[in-house]
Design a protein around this ligand. Structure first.
Ligand SMILES: C[S@@+](CC[C@H](N)C(=O)[O-])C[C@H]1O[C@@H](n2cnc3c(N)ncnc32)[C@H](O)[C@@H]1O
Length: 184
C-alpha cells in the first residue's frame, strides 16, 4: 500500500480510526524503536501497525527467537500485513483492548515492550484508560510502553498510568510527532 492508498483509508466514509494522513516517517520509526533493548527481547506487542512501517523495523532488529504480536482493527491493513513473510509475527485482527485475553489464551505471562500508534484522540477516553491499564498490567517490570501522538494531550493519561514518562519529538513526519516512552 502506497501513501495514496493509506490516505484513501484515512478518507473512508465509515468511522476508520486510522488517525493519520500518511504512514510514519523513517525518523519517527527510528525514535519509536530506539528505546528498545533488542538483545534481551522475547515478546513485543504492537498496537495499530497500519501498513507496517514500525512493524518491519521491529522485525529487522528483533532476535530470531522473539515474537511480535500486532493488533490492528482495519481489515485492509491486516490483509497487507499478512504479506509480511516472517514466522515471528502474529497478526491479530482485533482491538488493542483485547490484549490481555489474547495473552491468557496463549499462555503468555508478560510482554517486554508495547509499541503503540493508536490515535488516542479518536478513541473514547474510558477505552484509552482501559488500554493503558491493561498495557501496564502485562508489561514486564523492565519493559516500556512506547507511544507516538501528534499532540501532548495524552501526557496526563500516560503519567497517571506509568511511573515515568520520557518525551521525545520529531519534526520530520507528517504531521510532526511526539514520542512518549513510559516505564515503571
Ligand atoms: C496513526 S495509524 C498508525 C499506522 C502505523 N503504525 C504508522 O505509524 O504508520 C493508527 C493505526 O491504529 C489502528 N487502530 C485504531 N484503533 C485501534 C484499536 N483499538 N486497536 C488496534 N488498532 C487500532 C488504525 O487502524 C491505524 O492503522
Amino acid at each position: 500500500m502506497n501513501k495514496k492508498e493509506f490516505f484513501a483509508e484515512f478518507l473512508r466514509p465509515v468511522k476508520n480510526n486510522v488517525g493519520a494522513v500518511a504512514p510514519s516517517s523513517k525518523y519517527l520509526v527510528k525514535k519509536m524503536v530506539d528505546p528498545i533493548d533488542f538483545a534481551t527481547v522475547k515478546c513485543i506487542v504492537e498496537f495499530g501497525p497500519g501498513t507496517g512501517n514500525i512493524t518491519l523495523e521491529l522485525l529487522h532488529r528483533m532476535p530470531a527467537d522473539a515474537t511480535l504480536i500486532v493488533f490492528e482493527i482495519n481489515k485492509e491493513f491486516c490483509e497487507r500485513l499478512k504479506e509480511i513473510n516472517d514466522p515471528r509475527i502474529k497478526i491479530i485482527s482485533d482491538s488493542a483492548e483485547n490484549l490481555e485475553s489474547y495473552l491468557i489464551k496463549n499462555n503468555i505471562a508478560r510482554v517486554d515492550y508495547i509499541v503503540s500508534s493508536l490515535p488516542f484522540s479518536l478513541i473514547p477516553n474510558p477505552i484509552v484508560r482501559n488500554i493503558l491499564k491493561i498495557a501496564n498490567k502485562v508489561l514486564s517490570p523492565k519493559g516500556a510502553f512506547i507511544q507516538y501522538q501528534y499532540s501532548l494531550n495524552a501526557y496526563a493519561k500516560l503519567k497517571n498510568t506509568f511511573k515515568k514518562v520520557d518525551l521525545n519529538f520529531t519534526p520530520i513526519n507528517l504531521p510532526p510527532a511526539f514520542i512518549f516512552t513510559c516505564t515503571n
